[in-house]
Design a protein around this ligand. Sequence first.
Ligand SMILES: N[C@@H](CCC(=O)N[C@@H](CS)C(=O)NCC(=O)O)C(=O)O
Length: 271
Amino acid sequence: MPGPIRKGSKCWIPTTRISVPAGRPLAMGAVRRCRFRAGGSQAIGAGGCYTSGRSVANRRKGMRMLTVLGKLPSINVRKVLWTAGEIGLAYEREDWGLGFASTRSADFLALNPNGQVPVVRTEDGVLWESNSICRYLAHRQGRHDLLPADAWGRARVERWMDWQATDLNGAWRYAFLGLARRNPAFQDRAAIGDSLRAWTGKMEILDRQLAATGAFVAGNAFTLADVVIGLSVNRWLKTPVERPALPAVAAYFARLSLRPAFREHAHPEEV
Ligand SMILES: N[C@@H](CCC(=O)N[C@@H](CS)C(=O)NCC(=O)O)C(=O)O
């Protein structure tokens, strides 16, 4: 479990370009930056960063640099952090996105013309689109347990990743922005109701799939599909709304919560 930072700890080298306490929104253009090394896990609170005790994997497999640009409240950023944690990759993270450094700045738009987080910088180049980043990290590090090498196995994992990014995302969007983010532009009661019904319908599909596998989304083993869907389940459970009981989903979330990389990198305290 994450614990308090120990001064002088070998595993922590937080680097700060600008001196701002963790958790406080940054001035426009300012970026809070943290770096991790192998050797344990420590939390520095909201806006802080985490590392995994197995984070020597990038050196072992030749990945020398991984910087994640994006704020912790972003579910898409947390997909990348959790994936890095599962692989044992050390990473640096910079706070970009609404409430932090602006993704509309020319500097950021040069990295991602969509003006969205996450973006990663690696020695191979700059990459955006969260699910693609997760696939890239797993593939690059040869983690075929997370993303199978054979066509059929891979398609069975990617099907659920694509489902999360399209069908599930589209279903929750209005209700989530209205109820959890309290965005004034998403307060139409009928539209919230429609979105909740669609969201519930997708979660029932997931419940049936999990009841059938009895374990993880794509079968017996944990894969990248569980990273992106696990965080979506977290969002479902944390959005203030009445939910039907979905026993297989509940058991699945309890299963995921036991994973060290989930606890250390996925930030389930966020929605
Ligand atoms: N399809 C993109 C969506 C990324 C996205 O929607 N990011 C949101 C945060 S979750 C964002 O960057 N919003 C603008 C901002 O925060 O400045 C992905 O999966 O990477």
